[in-house]
Design a protein. Structure first.
Length: 188
């Protein structure tokens, strides 16, 4: 007959497993959205270049402004993706170590931040993250500690640092004719 502590430990492990799975699904959905936005961004670059070549500077500027907005949205989505990635790494540690619950509060804080960050861009994803948070509330209540702010900050910092690196690798390079227009749009 298992003792009460083992039963709670098994319930905890199942909760962590379920959360990991749901975060992986959310990560994949964000990845699909980023890929779609990259295609759209490439189309905007092409339209901007065509308008520029056809002597339509106002239209070219409009496409350049839209490109800047899409790039920013992609950065936000990537930031949330990297937060989820860092949280998944910590959840894997929780699955392996099991009884060390001190990682759970920083994970929930990072997810709250991710949900808030993405709420204006993809409200459905924010709602799914909020639902995950409410589902892990019982796990969080089983911990006694407050969120370690340094661990939360470390998760967010790691994610932010990874975003800029990833953006350089995945965003299409704008045509040279359009580059100046994009720089103007970013400034103004």
């Amino acid at each position: 007959m298992p003792n009460h502590g083992e039963l709670n430990h098994e319930k905890f492990r199942r909760g962590v497993f379920k959360l990991s799975h749901r975060l992986k699904v959310e990560y994949t959905k964000l990845e699909q959205t980023v890929n779609e936005m990259k295609i759209y961004l490439h189309e905007l670059y092409d339209k901007c270049e065509s308008a520029f070549k056809l002597g339509q500077p106002l239209r070219a500027k409009m496409y350049a402004n839209e490109s800047v907005k899409v790039e920013e949205l992609i950065r936000q989505l990537l930031h949330v993706q990297f937060i989820i990635e860092r949280v998944l790494i910590r959840l894997e540690t929780l699955k392996e170590i099991g009884r060390i619950l001190s990682l759970l509060p920083p994970i929930t804080e990072a997810l709250k931040y991710a949900g808030t960050t993405i709420s204006d861009v993809i409200p459905e994803a924010s709602k799914r993250i909020d639902k995950m948070l409410s589902d892990i509330e019982p796990l969080l209540n089983s911990t006694t500690g407050e969120a370690d702010r340094s661990e939360v900050e470390r998760i967010l910092y790691e994610a932010k640092a990874a975003v800029e690196e990833r953006v350089k690798l995945i965003l299409p390079e704008p045509p040279k004719d359009v580059y100046e227009l994009l720089e103007e749009a970013k400034q103004g």
